[in-house]
Design a protein around this ligand. Structure first.
Ligand code: CO8
Length: 259
C-alpha cells in the first residue's frame, strides 16, 4: 500500500516505519496519523512481522504536531485531531508485538507522544526530547500528560510539561525516558539488533508480557495480578512453553545423571 508520509520496509522479521516529511521535520497531521494507523493495522496480525521499529530522519524523529494545521483550529477541530491521533496511538500501544522508537534529533510534542507509545525508546546522542506545548499556549493532547508521568514519574513530568524545556539524550537516559543511547551512526544497527533479539523471543509469551505490563499502568494491583495470572496460565497451552522447559531440562540431564 503506497503511503505519502511514511516509508515502510521489511527486513527479515522486522517491520520498519519511517516518518517521511523531512521538509517539516516529520510534523504530524491527520494524514500522517491515519497512515500510521493503516500501516500498523496491516502488520498487526501478520505473523511474518515479529517486531516493529519507528524512525524519523537524522535531524528529527518527529518535531511535533504540524503547527500550520493547528494555528486556526477551533475546539471542534482540535478535538477531532486528538481523536485521530488517539486511534493511531492506541493501535501502536496495543500492537501485539514489540515496538521500538529509534530517535534521532527532535522528538517533540506529538513526536515524543508517539515514542511514548512504543515499548522501547532508543536514542541517538543528538536526540532532543520534550513536550514544548506550553510555549504554544496549549498542553500535550496526544497522551503526554498521562504517559510521560507513568514513564518518568510525576515530578520529572511536571517539570517537562510546565516548563516545556526539552532534554538531551544523556539526561533522557538518566530520567528513564529512553532505554539506551547510542552514537548517531549506530542508531539503525542498534535498533535492528534490539528488534532482532525481540523477534527471536517466543511471540505468545512476548504478547502476554506486553498485555500484562500494559495492565500495570491502567488497572488496580488486584486486577493486574488477576490479569497476569490469566495470561501466565494461557501460556501453558503453547508449544514454546513445553519446548522451552523441556529443552532446559534436557540441558541439565548430564548434571542429574552424574548424581
Ligand atoms: N509544525 C510545522 N512545521 C514545523 C514543525 C511543526 N511542529 N517543526 C518544524 N517545522 C518546519 C519549520 O517551520 C521549517 O519549515 P520552513 O523551512 O518551511 O520554515 C522546517 O520544519 C525546519 O524547521 P526549522 O527551520 O525551525 O529548524 P530548526 O533546526 O531551526 O528548529 C525545531 C528545529 C527546534 C524543532 C523547530 O522547528 C521547532 O521548534 N519546531 C516546533 C516544535 C514544537 O513546538 N512542537 C510541538 C508542536 S505542538 C504538538 O506537538 C501538540 C501535540 C498534540 C497533538 C494532538 C493531536 C495532533
Amino acid at each position: 500500500m503506497p503511503f505519502e508520509h511514511l516509508k515502510l520496509e521489511t527486513e527479515g522479521r522486522i517491520g520498519w516505519i519511517f516518518f517521511n516529511r523531512p521538509e517539516k521535520l516529520n510534523a504530524l497531521n491527520s494524514s500522517v496519523y491515519l497512515e500510521l494507523e493503516q500501516a500498523l493495522a496491516a502488520w498487526q496480525n501478520d505473523d511474518a512481522i515479529s517486531a516493529v521499529v519507528l524512525c524519523g530522519g537524522e535531524r528529527a524523529f518527529i518535531a511535533g504536531a504540524d503547527i500550520d494545521g493547528m494555528v486556526d483550529a477551533g475546539p471542534m477541530e482540535a478535538h477531532e485531531l486528538t481523536d485521530i491521533s488517539r486511534r493511531a496511538q492506541e493501535r501502536l500501544c496495543n500492537l501485539p508485538k514489540p515496538t521500538v522508537a529509534a530517535i534521532s534529533g527532535y522528538a517533540l510534542g506529538g513526536g515524543l507522544e508517539v515514542a511514548l507509545c512504543c515499548d522501547f525508546r532508543l536514542a541517538a546522542e543528538n536526540a532532543i526530547l520534550g513536550l514544548p506545548e506550553i510555549t504554544l499556549g496549549i498542553i500535550p493532547g496526544a497522551g503526554g500528560t498521562q504517559r510521560l508521568p507513568r514513564v518518568v514519574g510525576q515530578a520529572a513530568a511536571t517539570e517537562m510539561i510546565f516548563l516545556g524545556r526539552p532534554v538531551k539524550a544523556a539526561k533522557a537516559l538518566e530520567m528513564g525516558l529512553v532505554h539506551r543511547v547510542v552514537s548517531l551512526d549506530q542508531l539503525r544497527v542498534g535498533a535492528q539488533e534490539l528488534a532482532k533479539e525481540l523477534a527471536s523471543r517466543p511471540a505468545m509469551a512476548l504478547r502476554a508480557a506486553k498485555a500484562a505490563l500494559r495492565a500495570a499502568s491502567s488497572t488496580s494491583l488486584q486486577e493486574g495480578l488477576l490479569i497476569e495470572q490469566q495470561l501466565f496460565s494461557q501460556l501453558f497451552t503453547t508449544q514454546d512453553q513445553s519446548e522451552g522447559m523441556k529443552a532446559f531440562l534436557e540441558k541439565r540431564k548430564p548434571h542429574f545423571q552424574g548424581k
